[in-house]
Design a protein around this ligand. Structure first.
Ligand code: P6P
Length: 335
């Protein structure tokens, strides 16, 4: 009889003692993310059907006004996080400003802020390509008992207490860290439980996959151009394989399992790159470092970048340690 795999709920409880803060709160916070992931997963998985039926008019199969899925995902994550009386603020790619959430006693006693990209890569929904949710959790830095402030969100990535993603792919997985390694849980849709399927996930130090939108090649800095040519040269274990899904979570997840590097550099079109520091790059960088990988903008460690605004963009190079260091070497040499 195969041993029953641990559920996400069991794993959270078993490991909450390793969490340096009031562990019950983080456990409850992670459980609310788990619930939201299941709700969004249900909607994402029938998106094509809903789209087809929705095309007959402006209502979906339930007769509700059909929402764009990223707005739907945003609403569901905000609703579930708000109900748990732990979060004092939420920032989202879908919200211009942060949302202040007061505790039930109305005395602003909640201690955590959450930053989310509720449905990253949502443009892929229409072509049935996997998408993801990315989340980042901090403790507030302003005094408990006062309304949350922007500075509670503009913290360096190194201050994160937890981060993770949900990948809505051929199976739905939730992958997260609280600073003690990275663990992956796969949803069994028949019973609605996530099971520990990928314990202690780690990037191989080397890999032979590079993920970049080569359509932007002519706009890249010379160092990135030189690195891409290096990946394509016939030497040793090169040329590498080019794999770019156009969904950060999916490219990251594959590269973490197989070994690889993801690059979204600055370019003449995107002077600071495209990806957002606070709710895309920092959580993925925290996961990468916890999984023996590396992440930078080509020069500065992603987790050391000092945030200046909620939706700021940064260049992003992330993945297998030796591959990221080789890309950084090309960036330095081209200066
Ligand atoms: P491009 C999706 O919009 C996203 O934020 C990432 O998930 C993805 O890797 C990237 O942008 C794709 O951007 O410009 O290559 O289409």
């Amino acid at each position: 009889m195969s041993e029953q795999k641990q559920t996400l709920g069991e794993f959270i409880i078993k490991n909450q003692s390793s969490f340096q803060y009031s562990s019950g709160e983080l456990s409850s916070l992670l459980n609310s993310i788990r619930l939201a992931a299941k709700i969004v997963n249900h909607e994402v998985n029938k998106a094509g059907l809903v789209d087809i039926i929705g095309a007959a008019g402006d209502t979906n199969i339930q007769g509700e006004d059909q929402q764009k899925l990223d707005v739907y995902a945003n609403d569901k994550f905000i609703q579930t996080l708000t109900k748990r009386n732990i979060v004092c603020g939420i920032a989202s790619e879908e919200e211009d400003d942060f949302i202040s959430i007061n505790s039930q006693d109305k005395n602003h006693q909640n201690k955590y802020v959450v930053l989310i990209d509720p449905l990253d890569g949502s443009s892929n929904i229409d072509v049935n390509v996997s998408v993801g949710t990315i989340f980042s959790i901090y403790r507030r830095v302003t005094p408990v008992g006062t309304p949350v402030q922007l500075e509670d969100f503009l913290q360096k990535g190194s201050e994160q207490v937890a981060a993770g993603y949900v990948v809505y792919g051929t199976s739905t997985m939730l992958v997260y860290t609280t600073g003690h390694g990275v663990n992956g849980f796969t949803l069994n849709p028949a019973i609605g439980s996530f099971y520990l399927s990928h314990p202690n996930m780690e990037f191989p130090e080397d890999g032979n996959i590079y993920s970049v939108n080569e359509g932007n090649y002519i706009h890249f800095p010379q160092g990135i151009k030189n690195y891409i040519k290096y990946c394509q040269e016939e030497e040793g274990d090169r040329p590498y394989t080019s794999r770019y899904i156009g969904s950060l979570v999916s490219d990251f997840h594959r590269n973490m399992i197989k070994g690889g590097i993801y690059l979204y550099p600055q370019s003449s079109k995107n002077p600071n790159g495209k990806l957002r520091l606070l709710y895309e790059c920092n959580p993925m960088a925290f996961l990468a470092e916890q999984a023996n990988g590396k992440s930078s903008d080509g020069f500065t460690r992603t987790l050391d970048v000092e945030p200046t605004e909620l939706h700021q963009r940064v260049p992003f190079i992330c993945g297998s340690k030796n591959m990221v260091e080789k890309a950084e070497e090309f960036m330095r040499n081209a200066q």
